[in-house]
Structure formats: structure tokens, C-alpha cells
Design a protein around this ligand. Structure first.
Ligand code: ATP
Ligand code: MG
Length: 563
């Protein structure tokens, strides 16, 4: 469930909206989230979704989902489907669903009107020539020799461009603004190009496609968008955005506001690069649990609430928004702490025999599924003569400060008795094979007499434990900014050189029998180990598969410092 406290507060866009509502400049806030369907959405998009849908929610406004599908080469229905699913999974529902391609006819009519007004012309310069005429940041551009074509000639040529008379790339339609403008985006920007490419929605109907800036501004105007929010790289496009909406015959004038993009350290926020990971098989797909995509994070076990909390924490501003992975993991942990029931899992088992186990005397206790949520219920933790414990919880030769089990030492079994290690069974190579221990039968619900026992370890009865596959995920990259590392030659190195070779390990583990009742995408905390989720696709109650969502503490920083 959404509530208004879940969204970033007091940022500059909220101040602008509050002023606009107060002054009457706007009666109802209408925003839009405008992805290009050329890949799956990532964590940066999650920030933008929470902003756009969040503002509509907070101010009782509306938010549209608009697919900016003006580059048919890279777009597909699969991406459209995944984007819709991701937005809904994050907890949002759009008011209207639109496609820029639904406006192609109107966009064409506006272009014709611009030609009639003498504000657009057909140019024959090719891409290279156009670059030469454009000028530089310090030098003005030069007018194209085709700039002064008559309105009649332009109308005729533009109609024939649409009609398919000219080869790809041979002509463009450009706005006639100012080749000497300080802002290069205003130097007669191209608004139509000829491309014979199949479009995922309009098929082969069009051989000319409108450019992003032109399309975006008009789409916002058509949909009565009041606050058009985008990332800072579009700041210098705003004068063009304004020029377009001021020079077409449309009643509504939307306004664009820019905020900084989210960048996540040890990760990548670019659909193009994420696509490379998929295409080159570095990951199993867009929704691989290591991917920073919304569908990958979902499969990893992240919650919509945790991601919204993260988006709130990173905030909205114009200053750099580079965030460490630990902030994301912290938000996920914080949400999971109160919603995930607990169970015991033993990932790397050794056997322990309880030599004085006695059916008539030894008892089992109930354990709560959550220490602070009794409503989640309890289950019996059955003790038996042999149990599994975590190999890591025993040390033959313990380091200083060790509180877990040692030869001759004592620990408490979680939800059960204090036990003492009487004998260590080793194989010929000295490897510990099993342990023989005694139960102190006085300690089930009481403290041991006359001594302190600090350590508590988890365990599973060998008779009751069930097996499960467990995938231990770690960060996908080993460096903070995998796409910004330069080699000795000063060139960027390929970011795939910095993939973490240990980003996933699959093990056979033991878990509680409840695992055989779980649906896919059920989240649990494995006590002392971390948060885990049953895999969305591979898990079945008969053959449980868990993905590690996040460890209980931030162990990455400590590791990084050791190296
Ligand atoms: P990419 O480079 O990954 O393809 P994009 O900006 O081209 O990103 P779009 O599909 O055009 O992707 O983005 C839809 C919306 O999401 C835009 O308004 C865009 O500004 C916003 N957005 C994209 N990436 C980020 C990010 N890293 N942080 C915040 N907002 C983002
Ligand atoms: Mg893009």
C-alpha cells in the first residue's frame, strides 16, 4: 500500500508544484513516465518512476505511461510488456497508456504546419555535411544551402519523403531556428529522418520517423502534461522543447524540469550496456538476479517497498546522485527485517551426534517465525539424536574472541539446549567429519548453572531437514565504476573486464520442511545468514530454490578494505 510518507519530501520539484497549485497556474498535476522500449528498466528508472507516479499520488494528480517509441531499430513488444509489469510491480498504476507512435499522424500534421509557417525546411545535406555546417561550441554554424527553399517546394518534398520516394538518409526535415544560436540544439535541429525500418507498432506504414526532442515536447502537450520531468542531460534541450510547444497550434503548454540521474556504484545504469551483458551471455538474461534491472532485483528478492524507500533516500536534486550499493542494500534489509519470517538453513553442514539424547527426557521447543511479530506464528523445532550444524560454527583451533563451538566448549543450540563438544571425529587428512556432543538437560528454558555460555548456533535435525538449492549472489562488478576505468592509453576499458567472477555460487543446502510448502517469490530470513527468496521461475515446493537477496550486515565494505 502506498502512503504519502513513502516519497522524497521537500525537493525543488515539489516546491514548484506547490507554487503552481497555489497560484492556480495548474489545477491538477499531470506527469508521465516516458521510457523508450529498448530494454528492461533499471534502478535509475525506478527513481524516475517513484518521482513521477509519486508526485501524481501526493498531489492527487495523474501520471501517464508513455512509450517513447521513435527508434524502431531497437524497440520491441517484449520490452513494452516488461516495462508495464515493472511499473505495476513497483506499486503504481498509470492513468493512460500512450505510445508516441500513436501520435505519428498528428506529429506529421504539425510538421506540415511548421513548413507552411516557414519554420521548417527539407534539407539534402548528409550527416557528415550537416556536422560541418553545425559549427562548434565556440563558432557559429552556417546556413544550409537548402534553407531557403520555398514553402511549396518544402511541402512537396516532405510529402514525397513520407511517400517513400527518397532513399534512407538522403533528406531530413529541419526546424528553421538559428544556425548562430549559442545553444547547438537550436541550430536548425533535424525533426524527421528517412529510415526504412519495421516499427513494433506501426509496422511498415512509415518510412520517416520523428526525432525525440520534437516528439517528446508535442506528446507532453497533447497529453496535457503539467510537469515534464527528465534527467539533467536534457537541460540544454529545454529551449528547443519550449520552442516546439510555442510554435505549434496547441492550447496546452507543458514545462520541463530536470533532476540528476541516479548512478549506482558497483553497478551500471544504462540499458545499452545492460543489453551487452545479456547479448554476450555474461548473465542469464535481463532478469538475472545480479542485474540492476527492476525485474532482476525482483528475482533477487528485493521488495517494491524497499525500492521505494531507496528512492526516497536518494532524494531529488540537481546535484550529482552517485550512490553506493550499500544504500540500496540497506533499504532492502530495512524493509525485509519486519516482513520476512525466519527459518533455519544450514548451508555448509557437518553432522553432530547428541550422545545423551533420550526420547523420554529430551524435548523440543516451538520457535516463533518472527521475534517481533507473534501473529506470524510458531513451529516446532524438532531435536533428534543427530543434527546438522554449520561447519563454520566449529573451530578446532579457535581464534581469539571465538564464541562458537570448540573441542570441549559449550554453545546453545538456537531454540534448544546448551550442548558441549566431547569428541571431534576427523578423517585421515584431519578434516572434521562430525562432532559428538552432550546435552545439558537442565538448560532448555533456563540458563546453565555456574558458568556463562555466550555462543548460540543454528542447527537442523537430520530427520527433518529438507534439501534445497541455494544461490549465493554477490555484486556483479569488482570496481566502483566499471564503465569509467581507463587503460594506459587513456581509452575506456570494456566494462565487462570488471565482472566479479564470484558473483554467483550455487550450493546444495539444508532447510526447514516449510520450504516444501512455499510459493515462488516467498521471502524468508535464514537466521544468522541473510535474507533469501524462493526463485520466481526455478523454485517448486518439491525442489526448493532460494536466492540470497542480501546478507544481514554489509560485509562488502569489510572485504574491500582487507584487499
Ligand atoms: P538508458 O540510458 O538506460 O537507456 P534513458 O534515459 O535513455 O536511459 P529512457 O527509457 O529514455 O532511458 O528513460 C525513461 C525515463 O527515465 C526518462 O525520463 C529518464 O530521464 C529516466 N531515467 C533514465 N535513467 C535514469 C537514471 N539513471 N536516473 C534517474 N532517471 C533516469
Ligand atoms: Mg535511451
Amino acid at each position: 500500500m502506498l502512503n504519502k510518507d513513502q516519497f522524497a519530501d521537500n525537493h525543488f520539484i515539489r516546491s514548484i508544484i506547490e507554487e503552481d497549485l497555489q497560484s492556480g497556474k495548474c489545477q491538477q498535476v499531470i506527469t508521465r513516465f516516458p521510457p523508450e522500449p529498448n530494454g528492461y528498466l533499471h534502478v535509475g528508472h525506478a527513481k524516475s518512476i517513484c518521482l513521477n507516479f509519486g508526485l501524481a499520488y501526493i498531489y492527487d494528480g495523474l501520471c501517464n505511461l508513455r512509450f517513447d517509441d521513435t527508434n524502431p531499430e531497437k524497440e520491441s513488444d517484449e520490452y513494452v510488456r516488461s516495462i508495464k509489469e515493472d511499473v505495476q510491480w513497483l506499486g503504481f498504476q498509470w492513468h493512460e497508456e500512450h505510445y508516441a507512435s500513436d501520435y505519428f499522424e498528428r506529429l506529421y500534421d504539425y510538421a506540415v504546419a511548421l513548413i507552411q509557417d516557414g519554420k521548417a525546411y527539407v534539407d539534402d545535406l548528409d550527416a557528415e555535411e550537416m556536422r560541418q555546417y553545425r559549427g562548434t561550441l565556440t563558432e557559429p554554424g552556417r546556413n544550409s544551402p537548402y534553407r531557403e527553399r520555398s514553402v511549396e517546394e518544402n511541402l512537396d518534398l516532405f510529402a514525397r519523403m513520407r511517400g517513400g520516394e527518397f532513399p534512407d538518409g538522403s533528406k531530413t526535415l529541419r526546424l528553421k531556428i538559428d544556425m548562430a544560436a549559442g545553444n547547438i540544439n537550436l541550430r536548425d535541429p533535424v525533426i524527421y529522418r528517412i529510415r526504412r525500418v519495421h516499427h513494433h507498432r506501426t509496422g511498415d506504414k512509415w518510412v520517416i520517423y520523428p526525432m525525440y526532442d520534437y516528439t517528446h515536447a508535442i506528446s507532453d502537450a497533447i497529453e496535457n502534461i503539467t510537469h515534464s520531468l527528465c534527467t539533467l542531460e536534457f537541460e540544454s534541450h529545454r529551449p528547443l522543447y519550449d520552442w516546439v510547444v510555442e510554435n505549434i497550434a496547441i492550447a496546452h503548454q507543458p514545462h520541463q524540469y530536470e533532476f540528476s540521474r541516479l548512478e549506482l556504484l558497483y553497478s551500471i545504469t544504462s540499458k545499452r550496456k545492460l543489453n551487452q551483458l545479456v547479448v554476450q551471455d555474461h548473465v542469464s538474461g535481463w532478469d538475472d538476479p545480479r542485474m540492476p534491472t527492476i525485474s532482476g532485483m525482483r528475482r533477487r528478492g528485493y521488495t517494491p517497498e524497499g525500492l521505494r524507500l531507496f528512492a526516497k533516500r536518494v532524494g531529488i536534486s540537481k546535484s550529482e546522485n552517485v550512490v553506493d550499493m550499500s544504500v540500496l542494500e540497506g533499504a532492502i534489509r530495512e524493509d525485509l527485517e519486519s516482513v520476512a519470517p525466519r527459518m533455519i538453513a544450514v548451508l555448509n553442514p557437518i553432522k553432530m551426534e547428541l550422545i545423551n539424547f533420550d526420547e523420554a527426557v529430551t524435548q523440543s521447543r516451538e520457535a516463533p517465525y518472527h521475534p517481533h511479530h507473534p501473529e506470524m506464528g510458531e513451529r516446532l523445532m524438532p531435536l533428534s539424536k543427530t543434527i546438522y550444524i554449520e561447519a563454520d560454527d566449529f573451530a578446532l583451533d579457535p581464534p581469539k574472541g571465538w564464541q562458537r563451538l570448540t573441542p570441549g566448549g559449550e554453545v546453545r543450540l538456537r531454540y534448544s539446549y546448551v550442548i558441549k563438544c566431547e569428541e571431534v571425529v576427523q578423517d585421515a587428512s584431519g578434516r572434521v567429519v562430525s562432532l559428538k556432543c552432550t546435552i545439558d538437560h537442565e538448560t532448555l528454558a533456563a540458563k546453565p548453572q555456574g558458568r556463562k555460555v555466550k555462543g548460540v548456533i543454528h542447527w537442523l535435525s537430520t530427520e527433518h531437514a529438507v534439501s534445497a538449492k541455494v544461490r549465493l549472489y554477490d555484486r556483479l562488478f569488482t570496481v566502483e565504476r566499471p564503465d569509467a576505468v581507463r587503460g594506459d592509453d587513456g581509452q575506456y576499458r570494456d566494462f565487462t573486464e570488471f565482472l566479479n567472477p564470484a558473483s554467483v555460487t550455487e550450493i546444495d543446502a539444508l532447510v526447514e520442511p516449510v520450504a516444501n510448502t512455499l510459493a515462488p517469490e516467498t521471502r524468508y530470513q535464514f537466521e544468522r545468514l541473510g535474507y533469501f527468496v524462493t526463485d520466481r521461475y526455478d523454485h517448486t515446493p518439491e525442489n526448493p530454490v532460494f536466492n540470497r537477496t542480501v546478507t544481514l550486515r554489509d560485509t562488502w565494505q569489510a572485504q574491500a578494505e582487507k584487499k
